[in-house]
Design a protein around this ligand. Structure first.
Ligand SMILES: [Zn+2]
Ligand SMILES: [Zn+2]
Ligand SMILES: [Zn+2]
Length: 176
């Protein structure tokens, strides 16, 4: 029922995430007859450099560095728009930043778990949650068109780090 972008919040080989994301993008573009231009591919690659959402301005800066020349904002915005429209990238409204989608073309809940410590965001799909929101909308005679759910908290890695630090403090007390 719950499918997670498994590893976003756990230690993993991120190079595999990047390669898989680029493969998915090439497949999807071929399917939809859309052109993954070098700029679009570069922007997607930049977005996938980590699981931390990036803002348009950061993307513009990094793209300029990568290309060795200044990049006009509309170039970046158009590339982002293309990727968002294909479902390869999501915009997280509260952060006004963009994150790569680990499962474009699949059922979506637009459920994002955002770590307040490291800033990484993991996307999850939960069919039960979708059913719940649909039935709540039905009851309110509301036509549900889209949903976006942002959860804030601590990822596994940051939570573990906090716990470990806590233990160290306790040890210090015991030693005194
Ligand atoms: Zn990864
Ligand atoms: Zn997605
Ligand atoms: Zn974290």
């Amino acid at each position: 029922m719950l499918s997670n972008s498994r590893s976003a919040h756990q230690p993993h080989n991120h190079l595999r995430c990047i390669n898989a994301a680029l493969d998915r993008a090439r497949d999807l573009c071929a399917q939809k007859n859309a052109r993954l231009t070098p700029t679009r591919e570069r922007v997607l690659n930049l977005i996938w450099q980590s699981h931390q959402p990036l803002g348009a301005y950061q993307l513009q800066e990094q793209l300029a560095k990568l290309s060795g020349k200044s990049i006009a904002p509309p170039t970046v915005y158009r590339a982002i728009e293309f990727l968002v429209n294909l479902g390869l990238v999501h915009r997280i409204p509260s952060l006004n930043a963009f994150i790569g989608c680990p499962f474009p073309n699949s059922a979506h809940s637009n459920l994002f778990m955002i770590c307040q410590n490291c800033g990484s965001a993991a996307e999850a799909t939960h069919s039960g949650l979708n059913d719940l929101l649909q039935s709540a909308s039905n009851r309110a005679q509301f036509i549900l068109k889209s949903q976006n759910l942002e959860l804030f908290g601590l990822c596994l890695q940051c939570n573990t780090a906090t716990t470990t630090n806590g233990e160290q403090v306790n040890h210090d007390y015991t030693n005194d």
